[in-house]
Design a protein around this ligand. Structure first.
Ligand code: SDX
Length: 427
């Protein structure tokens, strides 16, 4: 393959270097494009544009491959656990047992959230969507932890990682407790990180609480599957906000807001609402497939399609298998699961979906598992955020340590040419 790309423009030839990645992905380095040609590129949604070089996650949309720091998602989901994967994503290597034990204990040092944060959550109506509350509380953490982290200081960076992992989990569950009118729980340092999610969510002062190990194991696996996904919308948002040297909490808060959208992380909630609507409407999947294909109808098949995966989302395969196992273990017979399978089967045989390479994505089955655990639909995207947190942290850290420039895209102006101001009595 040639080492450069040649652009012929306005009667002149320009040469640009290529960047070749570990897996032979190729990028044309256009760092000097505007300076040399006066032109910029145009790529709405950045479908063809790389924002950075990264060593964290590799995915191949054509082959349905996903790896964190070189380890396959299949291996990690089967053999690892969420805190170990979090350590791997942020620090680049699988931890030794003493490093992992230290990581879990160091997170425990920060699991107390400032009591005055409760005054902030009290300001929200019970009807507030948990993702809006979570974005606000995450940003509010800056007020109680104002010192910005010196990313060049490994100790400071490590402590900021532990603090963020600790406090985000607690405030994420507070969004549910607030909506339910329950007292806000404290992290229990005698329990594991994922077990704490369940006790923070569901333990009541009126009696003892023991998380179901089947649920804890399934949640741990789901968090691993959501942990990172290279430059998706919310991660790119975290990088963009962090590129102005805004703090880690402020950047994560922006990521939470981006994830909330139904085209992104909010899809897991939208999938369940869609499946329930189909169930209520008599389970007629063909009718909803027709709606999804009708250009006049804004309805989309939520949980289907992906910007990068033009094959099966490898996470969806693992989650679909886990859904069968968890519902079976819990003795839950959820009619919505069989509607999901019917819908998937019909879509995969349908020319419209096949010709557009639309397959189930990570959000298609995850909500069915969350529901079987007693997690309310409005909390599904909060769980996505808990899983994605280590990925956001890892990507923010990489961007800052690599001293990436502030994100500032260009544009092509298509508005009015220069015109004279008219006094109001002449308009
Ligand atoms: C996540 O980027 C990531 O990595 C995200 C994520 C992560 O881990 O961070 O993987 C998590 O966000 C998963 C995606 C969750 N969103 C949904 O499930 C919402 C439903 N899906 C779509 O809205 C859509 O597929 C997107 C947003 C996911 C991707 O959209 P693209 O890449 O911009 O594709 P497009 O909108 O240009 O669609 C191409 C064609 C269009 O038809 P034509 O104009 O060619 O006729 O496919 C059609 C679209 O209308 N299409 C769908 C569809 N998705 C795409 N038609 C019906 N139902 C759908 N779901």
């Amino acid at each position: 393959m040639s080492k450069t790309a040649i652009l012929e423009f306005d009667g002149k030839k320009y040469e640009f270097p290529l960047i070749v990645g570990t897996e032979d992905e190729v990028a044309i380095d256009i760092d000097k494009l505007r300076g040399e040609t006066g032109a910029i590129t145009m790529d709405p949604g950045y479908k063809n544009s790389g924002s950075c070089k990264s060593e964290i996650t590799f995915l191949d949309g054509e082959k349905g491959i996903l790896r964190y720091r070189g380890y396959s998602i299949e291996d990690l989901a089967e053999k690892s656990d969420f805190l170990e994967v979090s350590y791997l994503l942020v620090f680049g290597e699988l931890p030794t047992s003493s490093q992992l034990e230290k990581f879990e204990n160091d997170i425990r040092k920060y699991t107390l959230v400032h009591e005055e944060m409760k005054n902030i959550i009290d300001g929200f109506p019970k009807t507030a969507h948990p993702m809006g509350v979570l974005a606000s509380l995450t940003s509010a953490l800056t007020a109680f932890n104002p010192k910005s982290v010196n990313v060049a200081n490994d100790k400071e960076m490590y402590e900021a990682v532990c603090k963020t992992m600790a406090k985000f989990l607690v405030i994420a569950t507070w969004t549910y407790r607030k909506a339910m009118g329950y007292p806000l729980n404290y992290y229990d340092n005698t329990k594991s990180y994922v077990e704490n999610f369940m006790q923070l969510m569901f333990a009541l002062p009126t009696g003892p609480y023991k998380a179901n190990p089947v649920v804890v194991n399934a949640l741990d696996k789901l968090f691993i599957l959501h942990a990172d996904h290279e430059q998706n919308c919310s991660t790119s948002t975290v990088r963009m906000v962090g590129s102005s040297h805004a703090g880690l909490f402020a950047s994560i808060s922006a990521g939470v807001s981006a994830l909330w959208g139904p085209l992104h992380g909010g899809a897991n909630q939208a999938v369940l609402e869609m499946l329930e609507a189909i169930q209520k409407d008599g389970g007629d999947v063909e009718k909803y497939l027709a709606k999804a294909k009708d250009k006049e109808d804004p309805f989309r098949l939520m949980g289907f399609g992906h910007r990068v995966y033009k094959n099966f989302d490898p996470r969806a395969k693992i989650i679909k298998k886990a859904a069968d196992e968890v519902l079976n273990d819990l003795g839950v017979d959820d009619p919505v699961l069989s509607i999901a399978k019917k819908l998937e089967e019909a879509a995969l045989q349908d020319e419209y979906f096949k010709s557009r390479n639309l397959y189930p994505n990570v959000d298609f089955y995850s909500g069915i598992i969350y529901r079987s655990m007693g997690i309310p639909t409005e909390m599904f995207t909060v769980l996505f955020a808990i899983g994605r947190l280590p990925g956001w942290i890892a990507q923010w850290k990489e961007m800052r340590v690599n001293k990436e420039p502030i994100g500032r895209p260009r544009q092509i102006y298509t508005g009015s040419p220069l015109r004279e101001f008219k006094p109001i009595n002449e308009r």
